[in-house]
Design a protein around this ligand. Structure first.
Ligand SMILES: C[S@@+](CC[C@H](N)C(=O)[O-])C[C@H]1O[C@@H](n2cnc3c(N)ncnc32)[C@H](O)[C@@H]1O
Length: 200
C-alpha cells in the first residue's frame, strides 16, 4: 500500500491491521457479487436480505489513497465539523478525526466527526477502534439508519464523506445539504464505478 501520509504510530498500527482485514475480505466479496451478477440476481439499487447479511461483517473500507485525500481536504478547509455517512469499522472515520484533531491543534477550538452505521456489530467494532486510536472524544457515532440518525445534524458542516450503499447517498445529501457552510466540500465514493446507481 502506498502511503503518502503518515499519521501517529498508534493510529498507523491500527490502520495496518484494519486494511489487512479489509483486503482479506476482498476476494470473498468479489466472488460473491460476481456470482450474483452473472446469475442476473443482484440489484445495485436495492440489496436484498442475502446481500445485506453477506455484507454485515465486511469492512468495505475506503481505499487508503482516498482516505488520505479526505484527510488533506479536511486540513485545507480547516474543517472542524465533519459528517460521514457509512462508518462500518471506522477506517475512514479515523482519517477524518485525525484531521479534525490536527486542525484543532493548529487553530484551537472544538470539533467533531459525526458518523453513522446501522449494523450494531460494526458500530461496536468502530467504537473499539476509535478508543484504540485515542480519537473517541472527537467522534460521535450515531447508530441506526442515516435517514433518522442524520436528520438533526446541526449547521455548519465543513466536510462530508458519503461512503455508503449508493441508494442512500441522495437521502444523506438531502439531509445534510441545508447544513453545509459556504465552501464546504462533499465527497462521494465510487461515483464512476456505480454511475448508474448514482444517477439520482
Ligand atoms: C462502504 S461501507 C463504509 C466504510 C467506511 N467509510 C470505512 O472506510 O471504513 C458502508 C457502510 O454503510 C452502512 N450502511 C448502509 N446503509 C446504511 C443506512 N441506511 N444507515 C446507516 N448505515 C448504513 C453499511 O452497514 C456499511 O457498513
Amino acid at each position: 500500500m502506498n502511503k503518502q501520509l503518515v499519521l501517529d504510530s498508534r493510529i498507523e498500527a491500527l490502520l495496518d491491521r484494519l486494511y489487512a482485514l479489509s483486503s482479506s475480505q476482498s476476494e470473498e466479496m468479489m466472488s460473491y457479487f460476481t456470482a450474483r451478477a452473472e446469475a442476473g440476481d443482484i440489484d445495485w439499487n436495492a440489496f436484498d436480505a442475502a446481500a445485506n447479511q453477506f455484507l454485515s461483517d465486511k469492512l468495505v473500507a475506503l481505499d487508503r489513497e482516498k482516505a488520505e485525500f479526505c484527510y488533506q481536504v479536511c486540513r485545507a478547509l480547516r474543517a472542524k465539523r465533519v459528517v460521514e455517512a457509512g462508518t462500518s469499522f471506522g477506517v475512514s472515520t479515523l482519517f477524518l478525526a485525525a484531521a479534525v484533531r490536527d486542525n484543532i491543534r493548529a487553530d484551537g477550538g472544538q470539533g467533531i466527526v459525526i458518523g453513522t452505521e446501522y449494523e450494531p456489530e460494526k458500530a461496536k467494532a468502530a467504537r473499539a477502534n476509535f478508543a484504540e486510536a485515542g480519537l473517541s472524544d472527537l467522534i460521535e457515532l450515531r447508530e441506526g439508519d442515516l435517514r433518522e440518525t442524520l436528520a438533526d445534524v446541526r449547521a455548519p458542516i465543513d466536510f462530508v464523506l458519503i461512503d455508503i450503499w449508493t441508494p442512500m447517498a441522495r437521502p444523506a445529501l438531502e439531509l445534510i445539504a441545508p447544513r453545509l457552510r459556504a465552501g464546504a466540500v462533499v465527497i462521494c465514493d465510487n461515483t464512476a464505478q456505480f454511475r448508474d446507481s448514482y444517477r439520482g
